[in-house]
Design a protein around this ligand. Structure first.
Ligand code: GLA
Length: 381
């Protein structure tokens, strides 16, 4: 059964009727441009074909009644008396998005429906952003406001920052809102302008899930953010986006070694990300792969957000002749890597990487080829 059928079937069983509509919003992988979004820099993610879905119908009152298939839970809240964040995280995302949209002046109506999907939780594929953007889309379908991908992404990011207390950047929400079929999206995280590019011919993007999850990601993430902000202050600029390679080369000795390494990652990663788009537009898989490999080394050595499992799976992929380049993706410390591989014989590539990673770590990886999907949308009727 597809995810769409899952939510639709449960909707019929709960409400005795067809849903008025079904909406979805995808998770993502980031091809390159890591830990650059909160430095006003460039990111290059792709919306994946795993998504969160909501089957719903409007309500006459101002309540939201949501049933979570994956959490086996059912919650209700009123739009004019939003419950404070609880420990039952999933509903907090819905409430947080309602809060954020209302804060921004959107006039919301109530709805009832079923939530479910296949973005794995906690593996670094942005299940949170997928849930937030699907929720925003559900409100859009029953209310009367304009859908604008940037505004929706910003509202959802604000929900995550202020309501859920996670200091994420804008990448995950932007790509879940604005993703394009068969294209990756270069996002300028200062202007939120986007430009797209297809994968090089005869290549595929592979998600290499290490099947490891690590705690303390949030505190390490916040520490990196603070270090980047301090480095920007040192250079007297708004964000590290404003420091180019020349300025950095001239003045890097002024920074303490750790800050210097953090700044070097961000500055070089921005350059790599822009070069990656040029390589993609030229259909140059070899160059794109080399940039991904350099990105991983920089994240591992300068930004220090990789992990032994991520390093192992990336090394297994990079050692394989079918692979152009692999790197960790997302915040790091565990979760997933991505690899650009030749489309021909990708199944045997997956088998070899799986065996290599099992040998190296004793863990069982989850390896999947992913297409690029569209951002938040209505898929039924
Ligand atoms: C997480 C955050 C994003 C981004 C990445 C690192 O996914 O939610 O905003 O900072 O980490 O690139």
């Amino acid at each position: 059964m597809t995810q769409r059928e899952r939510v639709q079937t449960r909707f019929r069983a709960e409400f005795g009727d067809e849903p008025a509509c079904i909406v979805r919003a995808p998770g993502r992988v980031n091809l390159i441009g890591e830990h650059t979004d909160y430095n006003d820099g460039f990111v290059f993610p792709m919306a994946i074909d795993r998504a969160t879905y909501i089957a719903l119908r409007p309500r006459a009152d101002n309540k939201v009644l949501a049933i979570s298939l994956d959490m086996d839970d059912r919650r209700e809240f009123a739009l004019d008396a939003l419950p404070s964040p609880t420990e039952t995280k999933w509903i907090d995302y819905l409430v947080g998005v309602a809060w954020s949209l209302q804060e921004r002046g959107y006039d919301l109506r109530g709805w009832e429906g079923v939530v479910g999907g296949d973005v794995p939780i906690g593996s670094g594929l942005s299940s949170s952003a997928a849930l937030e953007l699907t929720t925003a889309r559900a409100f859009y379908e029953v209310s009367a406001f304009e859908w604008d991908a940037r505004s929706m992404a910003l509202a959802c990011q604000a929900a995550e920052n202020a309501w859920l207390g996670v200091q994420c950047g804008i990448m995950d929400q932007m790509i879940s809102a604005a993703g394009l079929r068969d294209r990756a999206l270069l996002i300028d995280c200062r202007s939120l302008e986007t430009a797209s590019a297809p994968l090089p011919p005869d290549t595929v993007m592979v998600i290499l899930d290490t099947n490891t999850r690590r705690g303390l990601v949030d505190s390490a993430y916040n520490e990196r953010r603070a270090q980047c902000e301090a480095a920007a202050r040192h250079f007297g600029v708004k964000a590290l986006r404003d420091v180019d390679g020349d300025l950095f080369a001239r003045r890097k000795q002024e920074l303490a070694p750790v800050m210097r390494a953090r700044a070097r990652h961000v500055i070089t990663e921005n350059e790599r990300t822009l070069r990656a788009r040029a390589a993609m537009l030229a259909g140059d898989a070899a160059t794109l792969g080399q940039l991904m490999i350099a990105s991983h080394i920089s994240l591992r050595d300068d930004f220090e957000v990789s992990s032994p499992a991520l390093d192992a799976i990336v090394a297994c992929a990079n050692a394989d002749a079918a692979c152009y380049g692999a790197r960790m993706t997302g915040a790091g410390f565990g979760g997933c890597a991505v690899a650009l591989a030749g489309a021909d014989g990708v199944e045997s590539f997956l088998a070899r990487v799986g065996a290599c990673y099992r040998d190296a770590t004793g863990n069982e990886p989850i390896l999947t080829v992913t297409g690029a999907s569209r951002g938040a949308e209505k898929i039924y009727p």
